[in-house]
Design a protein around this ligand. Structure first.
Ligand SMILES: Cc1cc2nc3c(=O)[nH]c(=O)nc-3n(C[C@H](O)[C@H](O)[C@H](O)COP(=O)(O)OP(=O)(O)OC[C@H]3O[C@@H](n4cnc5c(N)ncnc54)[C@H](O)[C@@H]3O)c2cc1C
Length: 421
């Protein structure tokens, strides 16, 4: 089988290419629009489930080498939640711990490990896909690139991120094929109510903190994690603008800003927050976007993976983990010795069947976590009611995260506790 993974510079496409390259009868071609593999942003964190997948793919020792601390399965800090939007010293209201804790990496190092595991000859750079057609021999897909080149393949997997070209065309085709409801989804990006500022900065000790405001304020700062063995801290400081949610965002998605702009957003917060923020170097302001959950990830021999399928809010640090899980499941289905060329559509449907409910669920929970970070009690209560009337089986380990934090958030928002844990 010939198989192009698409948009390879991302974690999802690279992971798929690495996983598929373990099957000698599958030829993998990865097309990346950029001239080299690159990631923006300083840090990425993963959880136990993703760690186990990377281990199954034979990369545990290499990722262990670059993690902030080698993961050993012992109880570790997920997040250390702190009430911070007051001038006096804040207080911890919840310490979320779980096996492995959150496992933190420098993004560039993370990508480097995937690239090290990519066989020679798989990656093609400077290849921006502009469209595809299904008129190749034996129902193969023909890819058209911006430089005029074309390529044919048996399966096209769109790993081309939140602005996915593959997703746009796939949904348009589906809508034309008699699914008019999909017309409303042709450009299903939703502006997140947060403008995110991401900074790198030197700091002193390892911390995994969430600093919270009380819900009347629209500002949340989330200090995420130390990376590179504690020498760098990645900070994602979120400023909510709920009125922007659901409206087209026409400004640039990423712009430079100054440290003083950031400090202004958190004026009056506890000294620890100010101390952290003033160390930020070269801050950038990101407009955070997410996708509405899609009704499908596949059509015939075309599939979506990672952010192309389910870009989500960053509050659970789960998007890359979900992309890796997509890649793992899809590679297993395609690489299975019983999967032949004629089985491709069925294998892709199985991928959708497994991944779509889980990833959609994590998308929703990630958004809900953002609301909880702001002590948005109304949403928390609404979600609680939804749970009580039994929306269905709880699907994912993140529920633990949500259910516990929701409970604590409500207590703190109601001022019914001063210290917890
Ligand atoms: C502030 C922030 C913090 C986050 N923190 C975490 C975290 O801690 N943990 C976590 O799990 N997730 C996190 N995420 C989410 C995570 O970064 C993404 O889910 C993940 O990187 C998506 O990977 P991807 O490969 O699907 O897409 P991308 O990383 O977007 O990669 C897409 C690739 O496709 C290429 N491409 C695009 N269009 C084309 C085209 N037409 N032709 C060819 N190539 C193309 C691009 O150049 C790019 O290389 C965070 C997100 C944000 C915004």
């Amino acid at each position: 089988m010939s198989f192009p993974g698409f948009g390879g510079g991302g974690i999802g496409g690279l992971c798929l290419a690495v996983a598929l390259s373990k099957y000698p009868d599958i030829q993998v071609d990865l097309y990346e629009a950029a001239e080299r593999f690159k990631e923006i942003g300083a840090g990425v964190m993963i959880w136990e489930r993703t760690w186990k997948i990377l281990s199954l793919l034979g990369m545990a020792s290499d990722f262990s080498r670059i993690a902030h601390a080698p993961p050993d399965g012992s109880l570790g800090v997920g997040f250390d939640y702190r009430k911070s939007d007051q001038p006096m010293e804040g207080f911890r209201f919840y310490l979320f711990q779980l096996p492995y804790g959150c496992i933190c990496f420098h993004r560039a190092h993370f990508l480097d490990v995937l690239v090290e595991h990519l066989p020679d000859g798989v990656a093609n750079f400077g290849k921006r896909l502009i469209s595809y057609s299904r008129n190749g021999p034996h129902n193969s897909v023909v890819l058209q690139f911006a430089d005029g080149a074309t390529a044919a393949c048996d399966i096209l997997v769109g790993c081309d991120g939140i602005k996915s070209t593959v997703r746009k065309q796939l949904l348009e085709e589906k809508a034309r094929d008699g699914h008019p409801e999909l017309l409303g989804l042709i450009d299903p990006m939703v502006g997140k109510p947060n403008d995110s500022d991401t900074y790198d900065g030197a700091l002193f000790t390892y911390k995994s903190m969430c600093y919270h405001s009380d819900g009347l304020s629209s500002i949340v700062a989330r200090t995420s994690y130390s990376i590179s063995r504690g020498s760098v801290v990645n900070v994602v400081a979120l400023v909510s603008q709920p009125e922007k949610r659901g409206h087209p965002f026409t400004d640039p998605w990423v712009v430079e800003c100054t440290t003083s702009e950031v400090l202004d957003c958190y004026a009056g917060w506890e000294p620890e927050v100010e101390e952290l923020l003033k160390h930020m170097k070269n801050p950038m302001r990101w407009a955070i976007h997410e996708l509405r959950p899609l009704p499908l990830y596949v059509a015939n021999n075309i599939a979506l993976l990672g952010d192309a399928a389910h870009a989500m809010a960053p509050h659970q640090g789960a998007g890359a983990g979900q992309a890796i899980e997509d890649a793992f499941v899809l590679a297993h289905l395609l690489g299975d010795p019983t999967t032949s060329r004629s089985d491709i559509p069925v294998a892709l449907l199985a991928y959708q069947y497994i991944r779509l409910p889980l990833a959609s669920h994590v998308q929703k929970e990630s958004y809900m976590s953002g609301m909880m970070y702001e002590f948005s009690v109304e949403l928390a209560v609404e979600d609680n009611a939804r749970r009580r009337i039994g929306e269905g089986e709880r699907l994912y380990a993140s529920n633990l995260f949500c259910a516990k934090t929701m409970q604590i958030v409500k207590l703190v928002a109601n001022n019914s506790i001063i210290h917890f844990n």
